[in-house]
Design a protein around this ligand. Structure first.
Ligand SMILES: Cc1cc2nc3c(=O)[nH]c(=O)nc-3n(C[C@H](O)[C@H](O)[C@H](O)COP(=O)(O)O)c2cc1C
Length: 126
């Protein structure tokens, strides 16, 4: 399995409610493709973590990359995962989720996942 953690810039004037719309639709699509993960909006940025079969993740990243609701995608980390971080969430979004993600990334011993944690810590530091 492959995982990708990226951030992107939210398109100007995209309402806050758009994140819920995206996640609701995407979770159906992701479930059909065996993809799990989370999507968070923090001000001008989206942060998304997805995991699943490599070909499905690559395919999804291409689709997401064409979406004009955001731009300037920067992949913070990608790598091989043996076990899913988010088993039950095909695409969850919630302000509280960031805390759960940070905890999971911090506790994970794999280097590439751990690096992602440091990026996110910097981004979400208030
Ligand atoms: C930040 C962001 C994250 C997204 N994440 C997903 C995702 O995990 N799965 C998904 O199917 N679509 C996701 N989308 C939506 C896709 O880009 C695309 O709109 C969706 O697959 C449906 O395609 P359609 O709009 O052509 O019907 C995301 C969009 C944005 C802006």
């Amino acid at each position: 399995m492959k995982s990708v953690l990226y951030m992107s810039v939210v398109s100007p004037y995209l309402p806050h409610s758009a994140t819920d719309d995206i996640a609701m639709k995407a979770s159906v699509f992701n479930e059909a493709r065996g993809i799990t993960g989370i999507l968070i909006r923090k001000g001008r940025y989206f942060v998304q973590y997805i995991e699943g079969e490599e070909s499905k993740i690559d395919e999804l990243m291409t689709i997401i990359g064409r979406d004009d609701r955001h731009s300037d995608i920067v992949v913070l980390d990608e790598g091989v995962v043996e076990e899913r971080l988010f088993k039950d969430w095909h695409l969850q979004t919630n302000e509280i989720i960031i805390g759960i993600l940070m905890k999971k990334l911090q506790d994970d011993s794999r280097d590439h996942i751990n690096r992602g944690f440091y990026f996110l810590s910097a981004l979400f530091e208030d």
